[in-house]
Write a protein that binds this ligand. Structure first.
Ligand code: SF4
Length: 380
């Protein structure tokens, strides 16, 4: 497969691994005193385990799995609010499939659907828009979820709904941003991070400059990376080389896809439709300033929170997590998924307790899928 196989070439991978080993030694990183590299994006977490890069790289490198899986960081309160909207009479609630099984306080969207709510899986917000056109007597709500990667498509659907004069379409907006949680993690005195592998898809939209503060203000290197094994190995090598040389810069390993200044059309759509919320709640991380997007007043008619008087529009909410869930500790790198007492016992992909086990991009699901389940099995 052209443009894929060359990024999985074993000879090139061996050469990169040899170089990584050399630089790791030069830094003096060991199993006991490792260098901590956070891959922010859940897609990178998945790729690291899928290709066994955690085992191929030296023991002196410890990957910390960051908060870059939008389903995983969705707090229970927002799932509850989805269910609240979906269970209203006359509502068709539409969502991407991976959000269906995220546990709420009482039920997930899948359970609400089994209980009779009209909840439908869609592949794009435009599918939801089409449903609204075909069902003028129903209120069609789209569950807008995700980082800057999916934010523009929701914005474009709202703009289209406004142009079409649709009055029965709205968005329950849970779009969030990447730079703010990174800042929150860097401000945490207990975090020990030496560098970052930056998200590829998000950066396609926002470019590389929103990460400048990481290098400038915190003195940490960040390398925006692609998703193939050679992309990731090269990015890890670039981070290590910066550490060895005493540099802290924003570098772009994924320049074949990520433009330095992002995608101007997407950025214009985002700026037209959304404004920053003062703060937004993240599962495991709590409230983070300016990390969530709200639909602007000029598009208020398409804001499901306003339409149904739910969520932040209804006032302050209580943050809740399921008992025994260690998602927050895993997401901040304080705990490996296999160390969570629920891993493989009270929490499996079939019966998830925490969101990190639901999404294919979640760290716990990645550990489970790529061999971690052995750690949960009792010894023979
Ligand atoms: S195993 Fe389940 S409960 Fe434990 S951290 Fe992972 S997702 Fe959360």
């Amino acid at each position: 497969m052209r443009y894929v196989e060359e990024f999985r070439d074993p000879t090139a991978a061996k050469a990169l691994l040899a170089e990584i080993e050399k630089v790791t030694k030069q830094i003096g990183a060991t199993k006991e005193k490792p260098v901590h590299i956070m891959e922010i994006c859940g897609g990178h977490t998945h790729a690291i385990f899928r290709y066994g890069l955690d085992r191929l790289t030296p023991e002196g490198i410890e990957f910390i799995h960051g908060p870059g899986c939008p389903v995983c960081v969705l707090p229970m309160s927002r799932v509850d609010e989805c269910v609240q909207i979906a269970e209203k009479p006359n509502v068709i609630f539409t969502t991407f499939g991976d959000a269906m099984r995220v546990p709420g306080t009482k039920k997930s969207l899948l359970q609400a659907k089994a209980d009779g709510a009209d909840i439908r899986m869609v592949y794009s917000p435009l599918d939801a828009l089409e449903l609204a056109r075909r069902n003028p007597d129903k209120e069609v709500v789209f569950f807008g979820l995700g980082f800057e990667t999916t934010t523009p498509s929701t914005a474009l659907s709202i703009q289209q709904a406004a142009r079409d004069g649709l009055t029965n379409f709205s968005v329950f907006c849970n779009h969030i941003t990447v730079p703010e949680p990174i800042k929150a993690l860097l401000d945490d005195p207990y975090m020990m991070l030496d560098g970052f592998v930056g998200p590829g898809h998000v950066s396609m939209v926002i470019g590389v400059h929103p990460y400048d503060f990481i290098a400038r203000d915190y003195g940490k290197p960040i390398v925006v990376a692609g998703f193939e094994p050679l992309d990731l190995l090269q990015s890890v090598l670039m981070v290590l080389t910066q550490i060895r040389d005493g540099r802290a810069e924003v570098e772009n390993q994924y320049a074949r896809i990520v433009p330095e200044h992002g995608n101007p059309i997407s950025i214009a759509a985002i700026n037209d439709v959304y404004e920053r919320r003062p703060s937004f709640e993240w599962r495991g991380l709590g409230e983070i300033d300016a990390s969530g997007l709200k639909i602007r007043d000029s598009y208020k008619a398409f804001d499901a929170e306003e339409k149904f008087g739910i969520g932040y529009a209804a006032g302050p909410r209580v943050v809740q997590e399921p008992d025994g869930c260690e998602c927050g500790a895993v997401m901040t790198g304080r705990m490996k998924p296999t160390a969570c007492p629920q891993f493989g016992k009270g929490c499996t992909p079939e019966m998830p307790l925490g969101a990190l086990m639901v999404s294919s991009e979640g760290a716990c699901a990645a550990y489970w899928q790529y061999g971690g389940r052995r750690a949960a099995e009792p010894a023979e």
